[in-house]
Ligand binder design. Structure first.
Ligand SMILES: [Zn+2]
Length: 176
């Protein structure tokens, strides 16, 4: 596993609430960012990571399942059908699990790390992960997708996360 200088940004850091910029050209720089994101995701034990979670405001996501690794540029969902409830976690919301309603199938268009166009038909848990990560690059955290009931249940843990993030940001400001 490679080392990385990237770190996980946690809610409510601003970069998580901003829409990421389109990537104009898939070059070496983009490929090495995708590699670093992948390393960070493995270190943290996630199944998916969006660039802004790693502090990069670009439309990049990495998803790894048992048998496939996706390193995608400018992904977007072009069609969705059905519904599924799944208990999701998020590296930017440590310790929080939310049962969220998503589409059961999602059709995704993206570029791969060589800049070639990909069309993916995703279903079930994989579709959930794609929707979660693409939400991130649009500035949407999964708490915003939760029902009112889930939000109320999540409130104590969410407060802890927000306090911890603010403490962390103060520490970094002092250092710089
Ligand atoms: Zn997430």
């Amino acid at each position: 596993m490679k080392k990385t200088k990237l770190r996980i940004h946690t809610w409510p850091e601003k970069i998580l609430r901003c829409r990421c910029r389109e990537v104009k050209e898939v070059n070496e720089e983009i490929r090495s960012l995708l590699d670093e994101m992948h390393s960070l995701m493995l270190i943290k034990g996630g199944v998916g990571l969006a660039a802004n979670q790693a502090g990069i405001g670009l439309r990049l996501i990495v998803i790894e399942t048992e048998d496939r690794l996706f390193k995608l540029v400018n992904p977007r969902i072009v069609k969705r059908t059905g519904k599924i409830y799944f208990k999701e976690g998020c590296l930017s919301f440590p310790g929080l699990e939310l049962n969220i309603k998503r589409s059961h199938k999602a059709w995704v268009i993206a570029l791969d790390e060589k800049g070639e166009k990909l069309e993916l038909e995703t279903e079930g848990i994989l579709a959930v992960v794609f929707q979660h990560e693409i939400d991130h690059i649009n500035g949407t955290g999964f708490i915003e997708r939760a029902s009112l009931r889930e939000k109320i249940k999540a409130y104590p843990q969410l407060r802890k996360i927000i306090r911890r993030t603010k403490r962390e940001l103060r520490k970094q400001r002092k250092k710089s």
